[in-house]
Design a binder for this molecule. Sequence first.
Ligand SMILES: [Fe+2]
Length: 226
Amino acid sequence: MPKPAVPAPDPARNAPSPGRRRLSGWLGLLMACLPVLAARPVLAQGQAGTAQRRTPSQSEGPFYPDKPPADTDFDLLRQGATAYGKGQPCWLDGQVRGADGQPLAGAVVEIWQCDAEGHYRHARDGDRADPAFQAFGRVQADAQGRYRFRTIRPVAYSGRTPHIHVKVKQGQRTLLTTQLYVAGDPGNARDFLWRSLGEADRAALTVPFTPGADGLRANFDIVVTA
Ligand SMILES: [Fe+2]
């Protein structure tokens, strides 16, 4: 009895299907990207496990207070018993977290900015600042890393777009020095420091100042390497 003929191999059966070719392509791309993803040092884990960028630093500038005011609490609209009535009042609040995404309880947050006429409380500015404006504040973040200041929406001064200077410390160690900008301010695009930022860094340092029940409200969350 003749043996049944052995069928010739069908090249189409051994070739990968279009689906398998696509899967293999994606796997190849993933393998090629793994070293790049692993090497991104600016990423930290957020609370929900999502990757978050560390807040970018910026220069301190020339006006960090040479003589801090007697009153350095959260309320920059009140210097001791004197109230400051100029500018647009606003609340500035946020949360400080470490690179592991956990709240940095006890971190010290400092802000300083010019008054509504654009003058800093500093000898370099000719001591022209309004003494009623506290101009500098220092608070300690709570157990959830939260901080809050009462101040004015920053204003522009010679060559600079509106900004608030921010410093974060832990004990005597400075963890971050940066500047905070107002989203949508037309001066941003002309400001040399704001323009020097990449798109992601601009987004991290530029926040909306939105109307609220008792003035404007701005939220600025900060991620630092502790
Ligand atoms: Fe400044």
